[in-house]
Design a protein around this ligand. Sequence first.
Ligand code: MEV
Length: 436
Amino acid sequence: MSQDERLNHIKTKADLSNEEIELLRNTGALKFNTINGMVENAIGIFPLPIGIATNFVINSKEYLIPMAIEEPSVIAAASNAAKIASKGGGFIAHADDSIMIGQVQLIPTVTTTASRSSSLMTTNTNHNSSNKSEIDNITNLIYNNRNKIISLANTKSNFAKCIDIKIKHVIDESINNLGQMIIVEILVDTKDAMGANVVNTMCEAIAPEIESLTSGKVILKILSNYATERLVRCKAIFPRDLIGGEDILKRILFAYAMAYTDVHRAVTHNKGIMNGMDSVATATGQDFRAIEAGCHAYACRDGHYRALTKWYQDSNGDLVGEIEVPMAVGTVGGITNSHPVVKTCLKLMNVSNAKELATIIAASGLAQNFSAIRALSDEGIQKGHMKLHSKNIAIIAGATEEKIELVSRKMVEEKNVSVSRAREILETLNKTSNHC
Ligand code: MEV
């Protein structure tokens, strides 16, 4: 269907008004053909605000950081944290090379006396009972043909490079009790690309070779979003005197202790970090779901879900924050070449490669976390949040143009930020302006 046909179809089905259809038809800075090439059954775009986080100095370079997010306070909080961090020397960050992991799941063919069948899962018990020596044989076969497999993978890309192979041996402990399997992992340097497509292509390319070498059966062939070989680390010093002194600093350490030890707090602590990281990831066209999934798994790497940041006091008495997370992002490929807003955001940051982008995203997460726990340790977040949210409330109440600011300011002064109060203030303003 064309865009018109799709819109007409949903208009009839859902009884939408002409105004509603026009809202959905809007494609903003994008051409319909572009969005139609990105997703199926496209009808329009979903707009989000983009704001600019300021004051960021990362590895001695100043950045203006675009953040696409609907939540008030996030951009102000990041900018404020970055200002304080800049007085402590700015953010110091380092990203690993862009090594992604691809997984090929190999099921050994069952050759036990219980069932000498050459096909998969044909034993009476539905249990793949390969023994240790069979698994060892297969492992050796793959390692002995390591170079051949790597070369085969490398025929599939002119920029990414498969550099190594690792093998894992796992046993299904789910309710299906399927027994033993081998996971062949390829390590691929995807350079400035996030790398999902190239890694998936490589995994699919080597699968037949792995099957023929081992007489096993390959099932899954897919990239892992747990990018543990592609970590980014970022650190910043927040001078004690600029954050409110020793008492606040100690309170922040208590906030961190709670997020380290208690999972219910850890999730919210990490959600604040993702406010910063996801909004930059969205503005720069990254797969933020992949980043989220990887970060949350990393938060559980010792078996307990914990804070993704660390906070401590250094020998000068200042507060130090650190973050370490997997960060699979790209400055080429995906929608970085086709989405005009994404292209402009990358240009705005003057970012030259994927590793640099990873450092910016990590710094945004750390900054966001600082501001959240700084506010929570002191006056709470609602005061600042409601102040910024008041403009939103004014708009919901029907304020437009300069009346948004007037209504919002009055509600904040009165410490009563609500839609009903906004409507009353607006009514008074409208009466006054009609009168004039
Ligand atoms: C709100 O979006 C994020 C916070 O809840 C994060 C936190 O509690 O650390 C403020």
